[in-house]
Design a binder for this molecule. Structure first.
Ligand code: NZQ
Ligand code: ZN
Length: 388
């Protein structure tokens, strides 16, 4: 286990009544708010009305930025920063899923500089200051509500890149599982795949001495397996929504990766798919993950995959390689059971750009991916082809 510092100061307010604390939390940091949200789901499910009622009752002045896209665009962040500068806004409240939160992270950083927002993403401009950010989460998937990362798309350059800064980590996040009742089957399933992928990116490493972190990871994976179907078939099942929401947060808030160097293989490959084809992030991950595991399964990696199979899918057997293979099949079938299309062709991706995307994967990571098993351009290309 490597040395590590674990520090995650985001305050979590979890449960049905936590919106009652929204004004109190905002007032600790600011008085003029930019309310940032997506394409309108919060207006349909009533969350917008509830948030706005709180702001009005507490005399908190607010401006709005709506229409933040899934796979959020840098243009939306530019617009948000502009509204802030023009109106002397001192706090951003993101109400939505990971896309709204990620875009808001770029907004709070871009609002404090004259540099272009994209320069922050490509790390040409270092973030030295940011406005405070608060979150009302409406979808369980990315963990962005308690991490310092953000993923932004630039349509002009066909890039989807991640960046991060401790300065943009949310000050607080309100997690009310009821806020996810209206998430449809597609995004619920994709969200589960994303949570599981974050967990697996931290779990499948070359470290075999982080038993505690790996056991936490197995707990999260088992929770997803236990509750995903319930949330899909019975969207207002509080127990299922609550367990998924809390899993989502812990999959990527630093706990699972503590003591390890992790090099996220599947996310690097998926971000290219989203950049080129604008597909749902979690669906791309679900398609790639079993093919990636098949590709990296060998004598060195089989024990860990077999442990996964045994712990998460209760697969028994003497031969580790056989157990590992059954575990990969079980993962694939689990995603099928959630209604996720499990081939790239089904989500509109053919072989036209596979080579280009494989080259970009490695380019954006800055060399071979040193994960569970090293991947170069040829490996990524093969995994893409297996996923067709
Ligand atoms: O835009 P609206 O109308 O709000 O609709 C959204 C969107 O269409 C809808 N939705 C959200 N909450 C809802 C709801 N619909 C009904 N009821 C609700 N309560 O769901 C759709 C998808 O929303 P989005 O925010 O895009 O989904 P998600 O939370 O999965 O975020 C995906 C983005 O996060 C990035 C992904 O790459 C992708 O761009 N990621 C961010 C990470 C991070 N910051 O740490 C890590 C992840 O690995 C990931 O890469
Ligand atoms: Zn993800």
């Amino acid at each position: 286990m490597e040395d590590f510092i674990f520090y995650n100061p985001t305050k979590i307010l979890f449960g049905r009544e936590q919106l009652n604390n929204l004004a109190k939390e905002i007032k600790k940091y600011g008085s003029k708010v930019l309310l940032a949200y997506g394409g309108g789901s919060i207006k349909k499910n009533g969350i917008y009305d509830n948030v706005v009622r709180v702001l009005r009752e507490e005399d908190i002045e607010f401006f709005e930025l709506s229409g933040i896209e899934p796979n959020p665009r840098v243009d939306s962040a530019r617009e948000g920063a502009k509204i802030i500068k023009e109106n002397g806004i001192d706090f951003v409240l993101a109400v939505g899923g990971g896309s709204v939160v990620d875009c808001s992270k770029l907004i709070v950083a871009a609002a404090k500089t004259d540099a272009d927002a994209w320069d922050i993403v490509i790390k040409k401009h270092k973030v030295r200051e940011a406005l405070p950010l608060g979150v009302v989460l409406t979808l369980s998937a990315t963990g962005s509500e308690m991490d310092a990362g953000s993923v932004i798309t630039n349509l002009e350059t066909r890039e989807k890149l991640d960046w991060g800064s401790a300065l943009v980590r949310p000050k607080f996040s309100i997690l009310n599982p009821e806020h996810t009742y209206s998430v449809n089957k597609w995004h619920t399933a994709a969200g589960v795949a994303d949570i599981m992928s974050h967990t697996m990116e931290n779990y499948f490493t070359t470290y075999d001495d982080c038993y505690l972190q790996d056991s936490f990871a197995e707990g999260i994976l088992k929770t997803c397996v236990k509750y995903a179907k319930d949330a899909i078939e019975d969207p207002q099942n509080y127990e299922a929504r609550a367990n998924l929401m809390w899993s989502n947060t812990w999959a990527i808030n630093g706990l699972l990766e503590s003591g390890k160097d992790t090099d996220w293989s599947v996310h690097a490959m998926e971000h290219e798919l989203s950049a080129y084809y604008d597909i749902t992030h979690g669906v791309g991950l679900a398609i790639l993950t079993p093919r990636w595991l098949e590709h990296v399964l060998n004598e060195n990696t089989k024990s860990k995959v077999a442990r996964f199979a045994k712990e998460v899918f209760a697969i028994d057997g003497e031969d580790e390689m056989e157990v590992a293979k059954k575990g990969i099949t079980a993962l694939h079938d689990f995603f099928v059971g959630l209604g996720i299309p499990m081939t790239l062709r089904e989500v509109g991706i053919d072989d036209e750009h596979l080579k280009e995307m494989a080259e970009n994967t490695i380019k954006h990571v800055g060399g071979p991916i040193d994960g569970f098993q090293q991947l170069n351009v040829e490996d990524v290309l093969e995994i893409y082809k297996k996923s067709l």
